[in-house]
Design a protein around this ligand. Sequence first.
Ligand SMILES: [Zn+2]
Ligand SMILES: [Zn+2]
Length: 381
Amino acid sequence: MATGTKRDYYEILGVAREASAEQIKSAYRKAALQWHPDRNPEKKEEAEHKFREASEAYSVLSDPQKRAIYDRLGHAGLGNRGFDPGSGFNATIFEEFQDIFGDLFGFEEVLGGGRRRGRGQRGQRGADLRYDMSLSFEDAAAGVNTKIRVTRLENCESCKGTGAKPGSGMATCKTCGGRGQMSYSQGFFSITRTCPACQGVGQVIREACATCRGQGRIERERTLEVGIPAGVDSGTRLRMTGQGEPGTNGGTAGDLYIFLEVKEHSIFERRGADLLCTIPISVAQASLGDTIKIPTLKGEEDLEIPEGTQSGQIFRKKGKGLPNPHGGRGDLYVNIHVVIPSKVSKEQRRLLEQLGQSMRVENKPEERSSSFFDKVKDIFG
Ligand SMILES: [Zn+2]
Ligand SMILES: [Zn+2]
């Protein structure tokens, strides 16, 4: 499939930007009929590409909310929405297409009579599952392998998901005579509906499987191993492909999404991969300079405080922040807090008075300067 530059959805369907929902649907139907791979056996690849393109355009423009986003922001606006950008446009597109038009227009009749129908043709993708996970700051920083327990529906082992008692076999559905669908004529169109008795499979079970009581699925608790990459943050979502619920009638399994929440650290504040912490120093250290110990994620390190350091001054330790999941590491910012003693001894008082005599400051208002928060904002961008 083509990636990179994407064609405009309106252009793909050949409709105006103010086209009505009906016009969009009709344009899609036309494009789909023209490009359905079954109708273009000699240029299947091109047809499939065009078909998918049209289907993608339709899936966006037929949804008022997505269409509004697309109108305002273009393809980029749709990039990060929902579970997974673009995942709706892969293997399931033909199924979606059938859901949209299969029943509505008797579309398959047009394509040459229920050939794609019958047993197993109503394959539905399994449901996606969500798992919420809370992580300590340290685990999120270093990455961790952990186990989670997930309760999900799985295909019944006794009947392999058919719901039929092993050995009892299936019987042809009486309601639809095994076609899996019921057709009616209504004006110009032939309307096709999925058979309600067999859900389109065309067969029904003779005797129900005892293990799953004919459901074909059973709730199971599974322990899954999850590798959490280093540097994840609250809001990070991990996808475990195929670990959701199984599909029906041959459909693919859904995915499991792990939603992460990272607990806050007692001393480090986090901005992306960068860290910030505040260290107090004395007036003497600030005036004369010193080497102090500062905490990092991997133990203590020295920080050189030059003489004349001011309260609120920020020092950067390059590469001492969190690992960035996309490579590299953030930085550690140290915010210096010069502590003014709130209580002094007799001796200290004497020394400070002496100091005060030799070190005078003119008590005139200063020019306005940016506050600490502005400074931090500047550094963090
Ligand atoms: Zn069973
Ligand atoms: Zn039936």
